[in-house]
Design a protein around this ligand. Structure first.
Ligand SMILES: [Zn+2]
Length: 260
Protein backbone atom coordinates (compact mmCIF):
# COMPACT_ATOMS: atom_id res chain seq x y z
CA UNK A 1 0.00 0.00 0.00
CA UNK A 2 1.33 3.37 -0.93
CA UNK A 3 1.51 5.50 2.17
CA UNK A 4 2.24 8.98 0.98
CA UNK A 5 2.34 10.55 4.40
CA UNK A 6 4.70 7.88 5.69
CA UNK A 7 6.90 8.15 2.63
CA UNK A 8 7.13 11.91 2.77
CA UNK A 9 7.95 12.02 6.45
CA UNK A 10 10.58 9.33 5.91
CA UNK A 11 12.01 11.19 2.95
CA UNK A 12 12.09 14.45 4.88
CA UNK A 13 14.05 12.78 7.69
CA UNK A 14 16.52 11.25 5.22
CA UNK A 15 16.95 14.58 3.44
CA UNK A 16 17.59 16.45 6.66
CA UNK A 17 20.17 13.94 7.84
CA UNK A 18 21.94 14.02 4.44
CA UNK A 19 22.04 17.78 4.28
CA UNK A 20 23.18 18.12 7.87
CA UNK A 21 26.31 16.13 7.06
CA UNK A 22 29.00 18.71 6.38
CA UNK A 23 31.89 16.35 5.60
CA UNK A 24 33.24 15.54 2.13
CA UNK A 25 30.70 13.62 0.07
CA UNK A 26 31.77 10.84 -2.27
CA UNK A 27 30.37 11.27 -5.77
CA UNK A 28 28.14 8.22 -5.48
CA UNK A 29 26.27 9.76 -2.57
CA UNK A 30 24.78 12.67 -4.54
CA UNK A 31 21.06 13.11 -4.06
CA UNK A 32 18.95 11.97 -6.98
CA UNK A 33 15.32 10.93 -6.82
CA UNK A 34 13.23 9.59 -9.68
CA UNK A 35 9.45 9.56 -9.46
CA UNK A 36 7.73 6.93 -11.60
CA UNK A 37 4.04 7.33 -12.32
CA UNK A 38 2.16 4.18 -13.35
CA UNK A 39 -0.67 5.61 -15.46
CA UNK A 40 -4.33 5.11 -14.46
CA UNK A 41 -5.31 2.76 -11.59
CA UNK A 42 -8.32 1.93 -9.45
CA UNK A 43 -11.53 2.50 -11.42
CA UNK A 44 -9.55 4.02 -14.31
CA UNK A 45 -8.40 1.10 -16.45
CA UNK A 46 -6.85 3.10 -19.29
CA UNK A 47 -6.84 1.25 -22.62
CA UNK A 48 -7.11 -2.48 -23.27
CA UNK A 49 -5.34 -5.11 -25.33
CA UNK A 50 -7.01 -6.25 -28.57
CA UNK A 51 -8.53 -9.31 -26.88
CA UNK A 52 -9.44 -7.33 -23.76
CA UNK A 53 -7.39 -9.52 -21.43
CA UNK A 54 -4.85 -6.86 -20.38
CA UNK A 55 -5.65 -3.40 -19.08
CA UNK A 56 -3.25 -0.48 -19.24
CA UNK A 57 -3.35 0.24 -15.49
CA UNK A 58 -1.90 -3.21 -14.72
CA UNK A 59 0.79 -2.99 -17.37
CA UNK A 60 1.93 0.48 -16.28
CA UNK A 61 2.25 -0.69 -12.67
CA UNK A 62 4.20 -3.76 -13.76
CA UNK A 63 6.47 -1.52 -15.84
CA UNK A 64 7.02 0.93 -12.99
CA UNK A 65 7.94 -1.78 -10.49
CA UNK A 66 10.33 -3.39 -12.99
CA UNK A 67 11.84 -0.02 -13.85
CA UNK A 68 12.32 0.81 -10.18
CA UNK A 69 14.30 -2.43 -9.76
CA UNK A 70 16.28 -1.85 -12.98
CA UNK A 71 17.26 1.70 -12.04
CA UNK A 72 18.30 0.65 -8.55
CA UNK A 73 20.40 -2.18 -10.04
CA UNK A 74 22.29 0.38 -12.16
CA UNK A 75 22.29 3.23 -9.62
CA UNK A 76 21.98 1.67 -6.15
CA UNK A 77 22.50 4.99 -4.39
CA UNK A 78 19.58 6.88 -5.97
CA UNK A 79 15.98 6.86 -4.80
CA UNK A 80 13.09 5.68 -6.95
CA UNK A 81 9.53 6.27 -5.77
CA UNK A 82 6.16 5.46 -7.32
CA UNK A 83 3.02 7.60 -7.28
CA UNK A 84 1.06 4.39 -6.68
CA UNK A 85 2.27 0.92 -5.73
CA UNK A 86 -0.98 -0.97 -6.16
CA UNK A 87 -4.31 -0.75 -7.97
CA UNK A 88 -5.61 2.50 -6.54
CA UNK A 89 -7.20 5.62 -7.95
CA UNK A 90 -5.01 8.68 -7.97
CA UNK A 91 -5.84 12.00 -9.64
CA UNK A 92 -3.43 13.53 -12.12
CA UNK A 93 -2.96 16.54 -9.84
CA UNK A 94 -2.12 14.27 -6.90
CA UNK A 95 0.54 12.52 -8.96
CA UNK A 96 2.41 15.66 -9.88
CA UNK A 97 1.95 17.10 -6.38
CA UNK A 98 3.53 13.94 -5.00
CA UNK A 99 6.56 14.34 -7.30
CA UNK A 100 6.93 17.99 -6.31
CA UNK A 101 6.64 17.22 -2.60
CA UNK A 102 9.28 14.51 -2.95
CA UNK A 103 11.52 17.08 -4.74
CA UNK A 104 12.05 14.57 -7.50
CA UNK A 105 14.80 15.17 -10.05
CA UNK A 106 12.83 13.44 -12.79
CA UNK A 107 9.22 12.39 -13.38
CA UNK A 108 8.20 9.67 -15.82
CA UNK A 109 4.52 8.98 -16.38
CA UNK A 110 4.17 5.50 -17.90
CA UNK A 111 1.42 4.63 -20.36
CA UNK A 112 0.44 2.45 -23.28
CA UNK A 113 -1.37 3.86 -26.27
CA UNK A 114 -4.50 3.01 -28.26
CA UNK A 115 -5.82 4.15 -31.63
CA UNK A 116 -9.31 4.32 -33.09
CA UNK A 117 -8.32 1.98 -35.92
CA UNK A 118 -6.32 -0.37 -33.65
CA UNK A 119 -3.69 -0.38 -36.40
CA UNK A 120 -1.19 2.21 -35.18
CA UNK A 121 2.02 1.12 -33.51
CA UNK A 122 5.29 2.51 -32.20
CA UNK A 123 6.68 4.26 -29.13
CA UNK A 124 6.71 7.96 -28.33
CA UNK A 125 7.61 10.33 -25.52
CA UNK A 126 5.69 13.51 -24.67
CA UNK A 127 6.74 16.74 -23.07
CA UNK A 128 4.35 19.43 -21.93
CA UNK A 129 3.25 22.16 -24.28
CA UNK A 130 0.18 24.35 -24.55
CA UNK A 131 -0.40 23.13 -28.09
CA UNK A 132 -0.54 19.59 -29.37
CA UNK A 133 2.05 18.90 -32.06
CA UNK A 134 -0.34 16.85 -34.19
CA UNK A 135 -3.88 15.50 -34.33
CA UNK A 136 -2.60 12.19 -32.97
CA UNK A 137 -0.82 13.95 -30.10
CA UNK A 138 -4.06 15.80 -29.30
CA UNK A 139 -6.01 12.54 -29.28
CA UNK A 140 -3.47 10.91 -26.98
CA UNK A 141 -3.57 13.87 -24.58
CA UNK A 142 -7.36 13.86 -24.63
CA UNK A 143 -7.44 10.18 -23.69
CA UNK A 144 -4.81 10.48 -20.96
CA UNK A 145 -6.40 13.68 -19.62
CA UNK A 146 -9.62 11.86 -18.80
CA UNK A 147 -11.54 13.05 -21.87
CA UNK A 148 -10.70 16.74 -21.65
CA UNK A 149 -11.25 18.43 -24.99
CA UNK A 150 -7.96 19.03 -26.74
CA UNK A 151 -7.53 19.74 -30.43
CA UNK A 152 -4.29 20.43 -32.30
CA UNK A 153 -3.50 24.12 -32.34
CA UNK A 154 -6.08 24.92 -29.71
CA UNK A 155 -5.17 25.88 -26.17
CA UNK A 156 -6.52 24.16 -23.12
CA UNK A 157 -6.80 26.40 -20.10
CA UNK A 158 -4.38 28.73 -21.89
CA UNK A 159 -3.63 31.11 -19.02
CA UNK A 160 -2.65 28.32 -16.66
CA UNK A 161 -0.46 26.62 -19.23
CA UNK A 162 1.15 29.91 -20.27
CA UNK A 163 2.07 30.66 -16.66
CA UNK A 164 3.48 27.19 -16.25
CA UNK A 165 5.52 27.49 -19.43
CA UNK A 166 7.04 30.78 -18.30
CA UNK A 167 8.08 29.11 -15.07
CA UNK A 168 9.46 26.16 -16.97
CA UNK A 169 11.45 28.35 -19.31
CA UNK A 170 12.92 30.23 -16.37
CA UNK A 171 14.10 27.07 -14.69
CA UNK A 172 15.31 25.32 -17.85
CA UNK A 173 13.28 22.31 -16.88
CA UNK A 174 11.54 22.30 -20.22
CA UNK A 175 14.82 21.97 -22.10
CA UNK A 176 15.95 19.24 -19.75
CA UNK A 177 12.65 17.42 -20.28
CA UNK A 178 13.18 17.61 -24.05
CA UNK A 179 16.69 16.14 -23.76
CA UNK A 180 15.41 13.43 -21.45
CA UNK A 181 12.60 12.59 -23.89
CA UNK A 182 15.11 12.36 -26.78
CA UNK A 183 17.29 10.06 -24.69
CA UNK A 184 14.32 7.81 -23.90
CA UNK A 185 13.48 7.54 -27.60
CA UNK A 186 17.12 6.85 -28.54
CA UNK A 187 17.42 4.02 -26.03
CA UNK A 188 14.12 2.48 -27.18
CA UNK A 189 15.36 2.69 -30.80
CA UNK A 190 18.48 0.77 -29.81
CA UNK A 191 16.41 -1.94 -28.15
CA UNK A 192 13.75 -2.02 -30.89
CA UNK A 193 15.39 -1.16 -34.23
CA UNK A 194 12.47 -2.63 -36.19
CA UNK A 195 9.68 -0.85 -34.35
CA UNK A 196 8.34 2.58 -35.33
CA UNK A 197 9.96 5.51 -33.51
CA UNK A 198 7.15 8.06 -33.29
CA UNK A 199 9.52 10.61 -31.79
CA UNK A 200 9.25 13.27 -29.13
CA UNK A 201 5.90 15.04 -29.21
CA UNK A 202 4.26 17.90 -27.38
CA UNK A 203 0.78 18.08 -25.89
CA UNK A 204 -1.03 19.63 -22.91
CA UNK A 205 -0.96 16.68 -20.53
CA UNK A 206 -2.49 17.40 -17.15
CA UNK A 207 -0.15 14.97 -15.40
CA UNK A 208 2.91 16.97 -16.56
CA UNK A 209 1.45 20.36 -15.70
CA UNK A 210 3.00 21.94 -12.63
CA UNK A 211 5.90 19.49 -12.39
CA UNK A 212 8.97 21.28 -11.06
CA UNK A 213 11.45 18.81 -12.57
CA UNK A 214 12.12 17.34 -16.04
CA UNK A 215 8.84 15.55 -16.64
CA UNK A 216 7.88 13.27 -19.54
CA UNK A 217 5.05 10.95 -20.46
CA UNK A 218 6.17 7.75 -22.17
CA UNK A 219 3.82 5.74 -24.38
CA UNK A 220 5.58 2.38 -24.71
CA UNK A 221 3.43 1.27 -27.65
CA UNK A 222 -0.13 0.55 -28.74
CA UNK A 223 -1.71 -2.01 -26.44
CA UNK A 224 -4.70 -2.46 -28.75
CA UNK A 225 -2.50 -3.35 -31.75
CA UNK A 226 -2.55 -7.13 -31.91
CA UNK A 227 1.14 -7.72 -32.61
CA UNK A 228 2.56 -4.81 -30.61
CA UNK A 229 0.19 -5.49 -27.73
CA UNK A 230 1.61 -9.02 -27.48
CA UNK A 231 5.12 -7.60 -27.40
CA UNK A 232 4.25 -5.07 -24.68
CA UNK A 233 2.76 -7.72 -22.42
CA UNK A 234 5.54 -10.30 -22.96
CA UNK A 235 8.41 -10.71 -20.51
CA UNK A 236 11.01 -10.11 -23.23
CA UNK A 237 9.23 -6.99 -24.47
CA UNK A 238 8.93 -5.66 -20.93
CA UNK A 239 12.62 -6.36 -20.24
CA UNK A 240 13.71 -4.36 -23.30
CA UNK A 241 11.35 -1.45 -22.64
CA UNK A 242 12.42 -1.22 -19.02
CA UNK A 243 16.11 -1.66 -19.89
CA UNK A 244 15.93 1.23 -22.34
CA UNK A 245 14.15 3.46 -19.84
CA UNK A 246 16.70 2.62 -17.15
CA UNK A 247 19.53 3.56 -19.54
CA UNK A 248 17.84 6.92 -20.16
CA UNK A 249 17.60 7.50 -16.39
CA UNK A 250 21.33 6.74 -16.11
CA UNK A 251 22.01 9.36 -18.82
CA UNK A 252 19.91 11.87 -16.95
CA UNK A 253 21.66 11.06 -13.69
CA UNK A 254 25.08 11.58 -15.28
CA UNK A 255 24.00 14.96 -16.67
CA UNK A 256 22.56 15.85 -13.27
CA UNK A 257 25.84 15.01 -11.52
CA UNK A 258 27.88 17.05 -14.01
CA UNK A 259 25.85 20.18 -13.36
CA UNK A 260 26.27 20.07 -9.61
ZN1 LIG B 1 -2.64 5.98 -20.35
Amino acid sequence: MWNRRGFLSGLAAATVSTRAWAGPRPIVRRDFLVCLDPGHGGDNDGCRSADGSVVEKDLTLRTALALQAAVLAKLPHVQVVLTREDDQSCTLAERVAFANAAEADAFISLHTNASQSKTQHGFETYVLDARASSLEAARTARRENDAELCEPGSTRDGAEVATMLRQLEMTQQRLAAGRFAQSIQAHQRKRFPKRVDRGVRQAPFDVLMGARMPAVLFESGFLDHEEEGSLLTSDTGMDSIVGGLADAVVDLYRAHVQTR
